[in-house]
Design a protein around this ligand. Structure first.
Ligand SMILES: [Zn+2]
Length: 325
């Protein structure tokens, strides 16, 4: 069976550009380029994701070109030819079921109403593959509610990229074929040799209520847990890898913005960080109080479908450090 069955004609500069073909290529480009970074104002930012709209405009052509450069094509031409090198290279990165998912998204462009992209559904392949964690973060910032959040630690790490495990800290970083990093890691600023005794405090980003504070976040690592808070501005923040024995809050507590929650834990002897995850729908709470933010079936982040890109939100609130007494 040929896997090149979801494209019917060329896409991009000078191509036929049938709507569903363009949508299909846009879906793949978003996957292939979403871990590419732009260096801007001293931080790495995620590459802009394409809007899956089936229109081969300047951005789509630019993205095709960027991908062709990435695969070191000698003459990038901003066009994906039917069964050409670019298409084959792109498709070789995905499995059949993923390609089918892309083609369904693309098909929805010519069959409106069949798939409603505006409402993310838990575990829905359409949601994750269209890169909405980043778009949702942008929308959240535009809504003005992000401005109510303050930074969760009292300094801004030099970079979210370099550090204890360079390149692994940012949202969306590759973890395995099945999983991408669902949060951002804010590393300890304490020298490794002093990390056990000197802990970095963690602060609430907004007023809210502690939904849960489990003692375990990483298996067999007793010094890292997580604190899950429903914040008044409409998000749930999971403050992960805190030290359970140094915690100052418990399940059910109300917290004030800037209130100290606890401190960073230490695992694998010297690793110490705040792994931060942000979810956009604070009202989606399991009544049993069971923590259901992790969803192993929801690829590629294995998280609930309202997961947002925390880097973008932190960039917005890094000028608002908590005031420390
Ligand atoms: Zn992390």
């Amino acid at each position: 069976m040929s896997i090149h069955k979801y494209l019917s004609a060329s896409v991009g500069s000078g191509g036929r550009n049938y709507k569903q073909d363009v949508g299909y290529i846009q879906c793949m480009l978003n996957e292939l380029l979403k871990n590419e970074r732009r260096f801007e104002f001293n931080v790495y930012k995620p590459a802009e994701l394409l809007k899956i709209d089936g229109d081969s405009g300047r951005n789509t052509e630019k993205a095709i070109r960027q991908y062709q450069r990435k695969i070191r094509m000698s003459h990038p031409d901003s066009r994906v030819d039917l069964n050409g090198h670019t298409q084959k290279t792109m498709e070789s990165k995905f499995n059949l079921s993923q390609l089918k998912g892309f083609s369904q998204v693309a098909l929805a462009l010519v069959l409106p109403k069949k798939i409603d992209n505006s409402k993310p559904v838990s575990g829905d392949v359409v949601y994750d593959l269209t890169g909405t964690p980043y778009e949702r973060a942008k929308t959240f910032i535009k809504s003005g509610n992000a401005s109510k959040l303050s930074y969760p630690i009292d300094y801004v790490p030099k970079s979210y990229v370099k550090g204890d495990h360079a390149g692994a800290r940012w949202f969306g970083a590759h973890r395995s074929d099945n999983r991408k990093h669902a949060g951002v890691d804010l590393g300890s600023n304490v020298p490794r040799s002093k990390r056990i005794s000197k802990r970095v405090p963690i602060y609430a980003m907004d007023d809210g209520k502690v939904l849960l504070a489990p003692n375990q976040f990483v298996k067999n690592q007793p010094d890292v847990g997580s604190i899950i808070i429903k914040h008044d501005c409409g998000v749930i923040v999971r403050y992960c890898e805190d030290s359970p024995s140094r915690r100052l809050v418990k399940k059910g507590d109300s917290v004030k913005k800037g209130q100290k929650l606890g401190c960073m834990g230490v695992f694998k002897s010297t690793s110490s960080m705040l792994h931060l995850e942000i979810y956009g729908d604070a009202n989606r709470v399991d009544v049993k109080g069971k923590e259901r933010l992790t969803n192993r079936g929801s690829k590629p982040y294995q998280r609930r479908s309202d997961l947002m890109d925390p880097t973008t939100i932190l960039e917005d609130c890094k000028s608002r450090l908590p005031s420390t007494e």
